[in-house]
Design a binder for this molecule. Structure first.
Ligand code: ADP
Ligand code: MG
Length: 350
């Protein structure tokens, strides 16, 4: 578990690996599992046909038997929440090929039908963090203002998932006090867990409906839900623009686009990426991470401006933040090439 880990905010990126269970379709096709956990931090890959085994080490390795609650605990998200309450910018993102369990890990399975609730035991990291945070804030005994925004980046265009009118692409800007921000993004103040859950559902259903019309857009888009935590009341805030989020801690959850088509290559610790069909944001993210991790380049310029995603994650990845990456993989032999690419990307990010 990373919960009591020695790593403080000085460790910029922590990586957890989650192996999802075999799907019914994979089992029907008689697929073999090629992944085995060894201890709590090592994943063994046994290529079919008896090739040499390869091992990867991560902050934590969670096998297919681990529940949503296990994953929430092992990821140490509460520690990130505490840091956000102290003013840090923290990010949790899921990385992996389409179908590897990224959305399930963050938000649980989709409802099985109209009015059929998802059992609480299947709630994802996001709902669990929300419940923890609201409870924590209630017991703090100090005024805290909570706000949320939810957006999607598709083809390098930002779309507001909480917009009241018809969504149009919003520009990303930068200024000294706020850093990078999305202009005219709806940032909604909320005071209860129910209100926050409703914002999540609004965004999730808009993502799902766009997946139909935009031809699998959800696997090609990044979704960012950000919580803004300010230990001031609205009256105390000098903010001029009521739509402007207060300066304070942030907790951001990112459901990344599917990583297929983004092949990790390179050697000697360099995270070099090439893409058949370029997903600029994923490439830029990998590039920024590799520069951040290279001790010789620590002081040098990090190209956060290369994509919308890296601009919006700049404060978590750079200076005042902590980032947790949950790499998601399928155990099946058929997915092995993509799984290896995810494992390499993830192990180079730590
Ligand atoms: P992604 O977001 O990476 O494309 P999903 O989260 O949509 O993948 O997962 C693909 C399918 O597998 C979904 O039907 C999801 O409900 C299921 N699934 C993923 N992870 C798990 C898990 N740990 N346990 C049970 N079902 C899972
Ligand atoms: Mg998904």
């Amino acid at each position: 578990s990373l919960e009591q880990g020695p790593e403080g905010p000085e460790t910029p990126i922590q990586v957890v690996l989650r192996v999802r269970p075999m799907s019914a379709a994979e089992l029907r096709r008689g697929q073999q599992s090629v992944l085995h956990c060894s201890g709590t931090r090592t994943l063994q890959v046994s290529p079919p046909g008896g090739g040499p085994e390869v091992a990867f080490r991560f902050g934590a390795v969670l096998d297919a038997a681990r529940t949503q609650e296990d994953v929430f605990r092992a990821c140490g998200v509460r520690r990130l929440g505490e840091l956000a309450l102290r003013g840090f910018s923290c990010t949790v993102f899921t990385f992996g090929q389409t179908g590897s369990g990224k959305t399930y890990t963050l938000t649980g399975p989709p409802p099985q039908g109209e009015g059929v609730p998802v059992p609480p035991s299947l709630a994802g990291i996001m709902q669990r963090t929300f419940a923890w945070l609201l409870d924590r804030v209630q017991h703090l005994g100090a005024p805290v203002t909570l706000r949320a925004s939810y957006l999607e980046i598709y083809n390098e265009q930002v779309r507001d998932l909480l917009s009241l009118g018809s969504p149009r692409p919003l520009p990303v800007r930068w200024n000294k006090t706020r850093g990078f921000y999305v202009e005219q993004l709806r940032v909604v103040e909320f005071g209860s867990l129910e209100a926050l859950m409703e914002l999540l559902q609004t965004g999730l259903s808009r993502r799902r409906s766009s997946a139909h019309t935009l031809n699998q857009a959800s696997s090609r888009s990044h979704a960012l839900l950000t919580l803004y935590i300010s230990r001031q009341t609205a009256q105390q805030m000098p903010s001029v623009d009521p739509g402007e989020p207060p300066v304070g801690g942030k907790l951001c959850f990112v459901d990344l686009a599917g990583s297929e088509k983004v092949a990790a290559t390179g050697s000697r610790g360099e995270l070099m990426l090439e893409a058949n069909s370029i997903n600029r944001s994923l490439l830029a993210l990998g590039h920024c991470i590799s520069l951040l991790l290279d001790p010789q380049r620590k002081q040098s310029h990090i190209p956060f401006r290369d994509s919308k995603l890296t601009k919006l994650l700049a404060d978590s990845l750079g200076g005042r933040g902590v980032t947790l990456m949950v790499a998601c993989v399928s155990p099946s032999a058929q997915c092995l090439p993509e799984t290896l690419s995810t494992l390499r990307y993830a192990s180079r990010a730590q």
